[in-house]
Write a protein that binds this ligand. Sequence first.
Ligand SMILES: N[C@@H](CCC(=O)N[C@@H](CS)C(=O)NCC(=O)O)C(=O)O
Length: 213
Amino acid sequence: MYALYTAPRTRGTRVVWVLEELGVDYELRIHAPRDNEIKALNPLRKLPVLVDGDLVLTESAAICTFLADRHRDSASLSPPCPSIERARFDAWNYYVLTDLETPVWTFTKNAVVYPEKIRVAEILPACKKEFQRSINALAHKLGENDYLLGSEFSVSDILCGHTLAWARSLEFDIGPDNVGAYADRVLARPALSRARARERDAAQAPAEADDAT
Ligand SMILES: N[C@@H](CCC(=O)N[C@@H](CS)C(=O)NCC(=O)O)C(=O)O
């Protein structure tokens, strides 16, 4: 069974969402980022981390893609490799992790995460501007499609939908109507509701979960 080291309302939600879409068994191990067990698994001391036997895998997008590729018989969340569709899938994932997520993460760090004395308030408007530029490109490329790859829902939508929800929670303008409708469509997936419920349940019983392992 997969063990996912994570915390609710982090990038770990992306992975729990994928696990729920796939319907595979997994166990959540709730930890604060930076604690000693996380440090032993990931020198960056960041979540999420997936453990499966000898495999210790970091980076939310790599974990989501690995799981989707491995369980393609359960649900089709990633195009086969090599293919034109796979190239488009990779391009969307890299776009989300760089152009879309970076301004949101830089904003978050400088608004709430960093100790106050090292926050740079002047950078916040630039983050919103960069995000807007990325959203405009998303609106243009998405067009009237239901999902980033067209009619097929995939891991790209999970990464993008999660990032749009994060941006909305910070009151970023996610812009044109087609992007708002896309975000609503993706974030209404029952697997995301189940993922959030699993995270909540696991977070309420971290001690018991640790004792059992
Ligand atoms: N690129 C990594 C980023 C991981 C990351 O920054 N995780 C946050 C939680 S969402 C964390 O553990 N932060 C702790 C820290 O920055 O020290 C991924 O996508 O998995």
